[in-house]
Design a protein around this ligand. Structure first.
Ligand code: A5P
Length: 220
């Protein structure tokens, strides 16, 4: 369905994903994100029939990738990826991302951090003038109530635990200063992962705008 600007987000996600698939080269080790945009990437990558090895950020991506004929290897034993490609929920004008709508943000961040190139693929409705809550969290079950007290505005998700046993939640407090909030999450014992990704982690954002794809680099 078209958004308020008359753009079709699914078509835009698909265009951005096709563009990203074309960046992958033979011999690469590639991190695969999670979500509906990545779901367009996987068949496009499969069609290219490259000799690549992939690391998946979720069981869902792993099985979709295998169904497209992609080789998926365990991340254990791989210390570096050439490229990681993933969607995002929001991208702000400085290149900060919010990710984790699908609850895979902890693994997604580990994969993005291990990649020489982190490529983000989004439809134009993900580009926002400023980040807005919620920020997805993954929390330890141990001492959960004490962490919830430390981070007021955090609401547990009605969702299964992450594949790593983490409890998924969303922080609904202020996101005006993502750097500060990111540091706060990082310093809170019991927070396993959070969905704020800094611009320094992002190499390229491919945005589907109508029928074209715009490539942006952090600092845009
Ligand atoms: C998964 O946990 C998320 O980080 C996704 O990458 C993000 O929510 C984007 O999802 P869509 O591609 O489905 O919009």
């Amino acid at each position: 369905m078209d958004d308020d600007d008359g753009h079709d987000p699914d078509q835009e996600k698909r265009s951005a994903a096709l563009h990203a698939a074309a960046l992958v080269e033979d011999g690469m080790v590639v991190g695969l994100g999670t979500g509906s945009t990545v779901a367009y990437l996987l068949p496009a990558l499969g069609r290219r029939q490259l000799n690549i090895s992939c690391v998946a950020t979720s069981p869902a991506t792993e099985s979709l990738a295998r169904a497209e004929g992609l080789r998926v290897d365990p991340f254990e034993g791989i210390d570096r990826l050439h490229m990681a490609i993933d969607g995002a929920d929001q991208v702000d004008p400085n290149g900060w991302l919010i990710k984790g709508g699908g609850g895979a943000h902890t693994r997604e961040k580990i994969v993005a951090a291990a990649a020489d190139q982190f490529v983000v693929i989004v439809s134009s409705n993900k580009m926002v003038p400023r980040l807005r809550p919620p920020v997805p969290l993954e929390l330890m079950a141990f001492g959960l109530d004490s962490v919830l007290r430390t981070l007021p505005g955090t609401v547990l998700r009605q969702a299964p635990r992450s594949p790593d046993g983490g409890v998924l939640a969303d922080y609904h407090g202020d996101v005006d200063d993502p750097e500060r909030l990111s540091a706060r999450f990082g310093a809170t014992a019991g927070v396993v992962g959070h969905g704020l990704f800094p611009p320094t982690m992002v190499n390229l954002v491919l945005v589907g705008w109508g029928d074209r794809v715009e490539a942006r680099q952090p600092g845009f």
